[in-house]
Design a protein around this ligand. Sequence first.
Ligand code: ZN
Ligand code: ZN
Length: 338
Amino acid sequence: MIEVTPGIYRIPLPLPVPNLSHINTYLVRGDKGCLLVDTGWNTKESFNSLKKQLAELGIKGKEISRIVVTHVHPDHYGLAGKLKNLFGATLAFHHLEKDFIETRYVSMEELIQELGQWLHRNGVPPDRLAELTQASLPMLKFVTPTMPDTTLYGGEAITCGDFSFEVMPTPGHTAGHICLYEPDKKILLSGDHILPTITPHVGIHPQSGSNPLGDYLDSLNSLKRLDVDLVLPGHEQPFTEFKERIEGITLHHRMRNAEIVAALGYDSKTAFQLTTEITWLHDVNGVGWYKLGNWDKRMAILETLAHLEAMRARGELDKFSRDDIRYYHLPQKAKKNE
Ligand SMILES: [Zn+2]
Ligand SMILES: [Zn+2]
């Protein structure tokens, strides 16, 4: 726990997954109640860690009058329901995230079925379908599904103490992801939109819209105009190199595109085939795609698909369907398999 700037505290909470060590929640101190941005997973460890750090700050739970979540992934939203009830706080998040709560966390059968069809159409072999389709089910226990008291659309001001944050919709990582921008203090609470070393997951799935990577790069680009001295991200450490990081993430995606083009060559391939052929972060540690867990494998496939659809939207790729399976290829090049 650190006071990252006078009046804002970073409260890191543990995560029950191996690849990410912490989620950062931020407490903004105000004279008429405090604001908590993001909440951590719904686990005992996470809840106890939050309680302990609030006590160290001398803040009672009841002093937290508002909770804002940047998006409804389990690490940012999991504890929201419990904390809201316990503290008597109001909860706010973007309206597009609200639309997903029911299908994602309450009656998810339809979503899972749709995802299964999606994976099938994108080349996942039948014997792998069930394990990849159901890979996210264990995550459900880390969320208490709760509806917001206030639904955000973008442009609202969230004031607390000396701070007035503007709600900035930043679709891509999720369709209703928001960042909070404090123009006078030049601070951006970036959620999972901009992280200092990790590139956030952007994948295509039934709730993502048709071109989430296009949305992501557009919303990343639109933030460039902001004057930001300090970025407070949802994971890793706060950082100052705001514009450089935007450039770095943009470049990373260009390099991924080049890798996909090289892997395609003159062939037509499915998203699944390409996912198994391109490199993944884990390869740096000597772990190939086939050694990833099912959850990571599914994210990798959906991420490759997001690249393919973004490239297709820019006219860099074409696709065709055969026997209900989608194949991608470079335009004007011979298509061996068509
Ligand atoms: Zn997330
Ligand atoms: Zn996250």
